[in-house]
Ligand binder design. Structure first.
Ligand SMILES: [Zn+2]
Length: 719
């Protein structure tokens, strides 16, 4: 896990609202949102903001282009034309009249290289200060809730929920600092970045990133509505529990223990994974959970069974009765609910439709990426949808899938069933028990300070020179976390990265240590990609999958850092097969998520019932194409079960990308030998496009080849 950088927050506005405001918005805002939705209907006309442009704009642009060229020479024509066009795409009536626009352009166009250099340097320095200090405020405001510092008081939660940078983009358009950037620096589309980015200088890349910060101007009420929809969707998901003791099989038996309450989909899926070790009832339980999931996707689940221990339910026949046995506090039961099998009335899809409806409201204000699909693929991921789809198909249609499936069948001693997409029997194993590891770790790290002190040694073991190890260690502060742990980079070079890790009274345990090593990987990446980058505007990595992949490199060596032997070839093969099978599973889920968003854009007037029908059909189609040949069963809808699809706005494709990237980086580390210098070389590249970063790091663009090659080798080893 990693805290999102402020620099991302400023560029990825939708993500900002989703991840930060989204968590903090509470229900009293609902009334406000309803009134905002009414007023939004006037904004749907036109695309790329053109419908919002004042009528005089065209004439003023032409006039100013002539004037700027006359003043600075014909060499500036292309820049002037582009800059004026970029400003015009975001200029609204309230920003000023024709004379105001013309005065602004006259005063703020940097007409020669020296003026442009001054502007660039000053923006870079001041935005670093802004990002850094805003981030510092956020970190301090979150201190009490993030760290193990005693009780969290009600006002602490308000501090933690407050985002001091929430209005920065609005302010920068209002005071025209954003327009100055748009007038002078190129706002590149993904197509341009991919086509020309390889030839751009580092400075050109930094200019592009500078302009992109102001590449959309989404009104505050639209952002708030998106955040609100995200919060409501998260709320819907967070209360979607199944009370497992109340599931009955054909004989009326209860397969699951009392009080077991599983959240869809994470807990249900994890229970399927856990049931592989239950030799007696495991298979029956797994089949029953599959049935429950199918009923959720198709919305044939009786509404009254959701989050209600007051009824018993047979998911096969769909029969519902008052609970014949009690296992929960009566307060947990749905009071007054009518007992029967009236289905959930497409609520799952009504929530998803609302995500879509509010996301669309941002479209007219995002000229270079006018749909949420564009924003996710072209801006957040910077991997075109068609390329990602091709990569996923390469995995899904690989002959390695059938070979891995045969190995699973061999181990299970039965043919695959659909829920085996979540098979988790590939396990590295370890000669040390967790208790033994706990003991070793607690002795070595009784406090957070002990871990802090050891960081230079750990980094030397990972291949960093003693000087570089000390340099990085000096930039990391270890804090005792309240939760499981996270890494928090800084937004400016004068600040340090923070490693938050959990330390029990009895010292650190193995789980905490394993996480700390992962977070340390983030901190090292954060330090190099900010402090050792030639431009702070390029700080970071292309997207979150990259920082996770780098952190996993560290985490994968945690045993060696404890002085224990590295995992052997057999253990590595098991890990690879586990990752490959998980990628195969999530690749289909990502295709479903993407196809469903396309369907919504193609059918903007759809009802929840129609979206239900479409999602079920899409899930079946993708299953039939890529899974039915392996599982020998058609028309399965399980790929539609992920909760992220409902509350995370097209986030799921990030997972398969993450797996592919992790393998590419790992393979390169193996080739290079020592991790340290290679890690530093990669991390210093900063936030260019994923392909450019990966070519620099490994010689190849982002792709599934490394994963497939490793799987091929693993299959030979794992027999
Ligand atoms: Zn992480």
């Amino acid at each position: 896990m990693r805290r999102i950088h402020l620099v991302y927050l400023l560029t990825l506005l939708t993500l900002l609202t989703l991840l930060t405001i989204g968590m903090a918005v509470t229900l009293p805002l609902m009334a406000q949102e309803i009134s905002m939705q009414k007023s939004s209907t006037t904004l749907s006309a036109g695309s790329a903001g053109s419908g919002l442009q004042p009528a005089w704009m065209k004439d003023s642009m032409a006039k100013m282009e002539r004037e700027l060229v006359a003043k600075y020479g014909d060499g500036q024509r292309a820049r002037a034309e582009r800059g004026l066009r970029q400003v015009s795409e975001f200029w609204r009536v309230e920003d000023g009249d024709a004379a105001g626009f013309e005065d602004f352009a006259r005063a703020n166009f940097a007409g020669d290289q020296a003026a442009l250099d001054t502007m660039f340097e000053r923006y870079q320095r001041l935005l670093e200060q802004l990002d850094g200090h805003m981030h510092e405020i956020s970190r301090e405001f979150n201190q009490q809730s993030d760290l193990d510092l005693g009780p969290v008081l009600p006002f602490d939660e308000v501090f933690a929920g407050y985002d001091p940078s929430a209005h920065v983009i609005d302010d920068f358009f209002q005071n025209k600092l954003a327009f100055t950037v748009l007038l002078n620096f190129p706002l590149a589309t993904l197509d341009e970045s991919l086509k020309d980015g390889g030839a751009w200088s580092r400075r050109q890349w930094a200019e592009v990133r500078l302009a992109q910060r102001f590449g959309k101007r989404i009104p505050a009420d639209v952002n708030l509505a998106i955040a609100q929809a995200g919060a409501e969707a998260a709320q819907y998901i967070s209360e979607y529990n199944i009370w497992m003791y109340h599931l009955l099989d054909a004989q009326g038996q209860r397969l699951f223990p009392p009080k077991m309450r599983l959240l869809n989909h994470w807990n249900l899926r994890d229970e399927i994974k856990a049931d592989y070790t239950d030799k007696e009832n495991g298979l029956a339980k797994q089949r029953m959970i599959e049935q429950v999931m199918e009923r959720i996707v198709t919305q044939t689940i009786p509404e009254v069974v959701i989050n209600n221990p007051g009824v018993d339910w047979n998911p096969t026949t769909n029969e519902v009765k008052a609970a014949a046995a009690k296992d929960a506090d009566p307060a947990a039961e749905k009071a007054g609910a009518k007992i029967g099998n009236a289905r959930e009335p497409d609520t799952r899809y009504a929530v998803l439709l609302k995500d879509f409806t509010v996301s669309r409201r941002a479209d007219p204000y995002s000229p270079t990426a006018p749909t949420l699909i564009d924003r996710r693929f072209n801006e957040d991921r910077e991997i075109p949808e068609a390329r990602l789809k091709a990569m996923l198909e390469q995995i899904l249609t690989s002959p390695l899938v059938a070979r891995t499936a045969r190995l699973i069948e061999l181990r299970l001693g039965r043919p695959l069933e659909p829920f085996d997409v979540w098979y988790n029997g590939f396990r590295p194993g370890s000669e040390y028990t967790e208790a033994k590891l706990d003991e070793m770790v607690a002795k070595k790290y009784p406090t957070a300070a002990a871990y802090q002190k050891d960081i230079p040694n750990l980094l030397v073991k990972l291949g960093f020179s003693p000087e570089r190890a000390q340099y990085v260690a000096n930039n990391i502060i270890v804090d005792p976390a309240r939760g499981s742990g996270h890494a928090m980079g800084s937004g400016m070079r004068s600040e340090k990265a923070h490693l938050r890790t959990r330390v029990e009274k009895t010292g650190m345990n193995y789980k905490g240590y394993n996480i700390a090593v992962h977070e340390m990987g983030h901190n090292v990446e954060q330090t190099f990609s900010l402090n050792d980058n030639d431009y702070t505007l390029l700080q970071g990595v292309p997207n979150t999958a990259f920082t996770e992949a780098l952190a996993f490199v560290f985490q994968g060596h945690d045993l060696e850092l404890l002085g224990l032997p590295a995992p052997d070839a057999k253990a590595q093969a098991e890990k690879t097969l586990n990752d490959f099978w998980a990628t195969y599973e999530i690749a289909g889920v990502a295709l479903v998520d993407t196809a469903v968003w396309h369907w919504m854009y193609d059918h903007p007037e759809a009802t929840p019932a129609q979206l239900n029908e479409a999602t079920v059909q899409i899930s079946k189609d993708i299953w039939n194409r890529y899974y039915a040949p392996v599982f020998h069963k058609k028309d399965v809808v399980l790929l539609g079960i992920y909760s992220h699809m409902i509350d995370s706005f097209l986030y799921l494709p990030d997972y398969p990308i993450g797996h592919m990237i992790a393998f590419q980086i790992e393979e390169q580390m193996k080739k290079a030998g020592a991790i340290g210098p290679e890690f530093e070389r990669m991390a210093k590249m900063g936030r260019v496009t994923p392909d450019l970063w990966m070519v620099h790091a490994t010689g190849r663009p982002v792709g599934p080849e490394a994963l497939l090659e490793a799987t091929e080798r693993a299959l030979a080893t794992a027999k």
